[in-house]
Design a binder for this molecule. Structure first.
Ligand code: NIG
Ligand code: FE
Length: 410
């Protein structure tokens, strides 16, 4: 079945060859073709070019006069498998409590863990499927999803099995991350070592056996795991073939970046708090900086130092962090707006970070993240708009008209 999109005002992020990861100055430009067409066949991008050379017919035609076409977003950091919501904590923060104070008194991640353990696998799947549909409507085509809201052997396996079902049932390209090390459950507060043993000696072997995850994540933070514990857990994950993608530097600089790069982590995520030594250190590695600006927006915190990272040639990916605690939203266009307004990234840098670099941060860049012949036809057709700058500029609006995943209109 073929699909021909014609009269496209601008094809954005179009590359003859799939680009290498973008860093430094290269993050600042995006190739486009004006007044073009894209031909999709059997779920892949078959051809593209200027309208003068467009084929005349196809199985299905879409006229994109005045509209832009972009590759769908690669959202490389999310926690969309969760139960219920946590709006009371939102109110508690308005009334003066901090995220860390809420966590210390048993709220936060532990609040979600209780709910997830009480919820059946099929109910969790139903809730998560709705969220996948929601993020698709906002232009997401690839999504990394973490466990970490159960913190029990059965519950973590249940979450990862839900992610496995999402891979089968959703048109999204999905990667799974084991985040059993999200925080220490209450009953292990005085015996952290036993929880780490449960993670490394019971959860990981089963996850490895069932092939339930591609990545290992640890929340390296004062309210969660120390750098020494993070080191141990990453090492254990690596033994089961799981590559590290690490939550670090959300509230404190405590060595999480160093321990992540030591293990050649795919990405270090958050980085709201980061000193110059850490920036220098990260610039010597191949690890991607994944920034999640909707989290500091929602928690009313300072934003990551994106300009300093770009100046040091550190590749940046942007992702949503969609979760019930720090970002109850999966909207990449709003992430782009915050990246531009709050972190002074240009629209080009922001779009690159949420497409091709996001693809690298979840290892799907060979098949997604740019409009390149042979890649999956995961495309966004916008509403009519003057230029791609309009997407981060007109924040909060719905600028997407059609989403195509695997060549199919969603
Ligand atoms: O990435 N920081 C750790 N984990 C999530 C939030 C967890 C929660 O509050 O439920 C994050 O922001
Ligand atoms: Fe997160």
């Amino acid at each position: 079945m073929s699909l021909l999109i014609t009269n496209i005002k601008s094809i954005v992020q179009v590359h003859e060859h799939s680009p290498s990861i973008l860093k430094g100055k290269s993050m600042g430009s995006i190739p486009t073709i004006e007044n073009g067409y894209i031909l999709v066949e059997d779920g892949s991008i078959k051809d593209y070019g200027i309208m003068d050379s467009a084929p005349k017919n196809a199985g299905k035609m879409i006229d994109a006069t005045g509209k832009l076409v972009l590759p769908s977003w690669c959202d490389s950091h999310s926690h969309i498998v969760f139960a219920g919501s946590r709006e009371q904590e939102f109110v508690d923060r308005i009334n003066g409590l901090s995220y860390e104070e809420i966590a210390e008194r048993g709220g936060g991640i532990l609040n979600s863990a209780k709910k997830v353990n009480e919820t059946s696998e099929s109910e969790l799947l139903d809730q998560a499927l709705k969220r996948t549909e929601e993020v698709i409507s906002m232009g997401t085509g690839a999504l990394e999803i973490k466990s970490g809201y159960a913190l029990t052997l059965e519950g973590e396996l249940k979450m990862l099995r839900v992610i496995k079902k999402l891979k089968e049932q959703s048109p999204l390209t999905i990667k799974a991350t084991f985040l059993g090390a999200h925080t220490i459950p209450t009953k292990y507060k005085q015996d952290r070592e036993s929880y780490i043993k449960l993670l490394t000696e019971q959860m990981l072997p089963q996850i490895g056996d069932e092939g339930l995850a591609e990545y290992i994540d640890v929340f390296c933070e004062k309210v969660a795991f120390t750098t020494e514990e993070t080191d141990l857990i990453i090492e254990a994950g690596l033994r089961y073939g799981l590559k590290p993608k690490i939550h670090t530097n959300q509230f404190n600089s405590m060595g999480g970046i160093e321990v992540s790069t030591k293990h050649n982590a795919i990405s270090v995520d958050h980085l709201e708090v980061m000193n110059d030594t850490e920036i220098d250190h990260l610039s010597q590695s191949n690890t991607i900086a994944t920034l999640l600006p909707t989290a500091p927006f929602f928690l009313n915190q300072a934003y990551p130092p994106a300009r300093k990272l770009i100046a040091k040639n550190i590749p940046i990916a942007l992702a949503t962090d969609y979760n019930p605690g720090s970002t109850p939203s999966g909207k990449i266009p709003f992430v782009l707006s915050l990246a531009c307004v709050k972190m002074k990234m240009t629209p080009e840098e922001a779009i690159n970070a949420a497409t091709i670099n996001g693809g690298y941060a979840m290892e799907v860049a060979d098949e997604l993240g740019s409009i390149t012949i042979g890649k999956k036809a995961n495309l966004i057709i916008t509403k009519p708009m003057p230029s791609y700058n309009f997407i981060p500029y007109a924040f909060g609006g719905n600028h997407i008209e059609t989403v195509i995943l695997n060549g199919k209109i969603q």
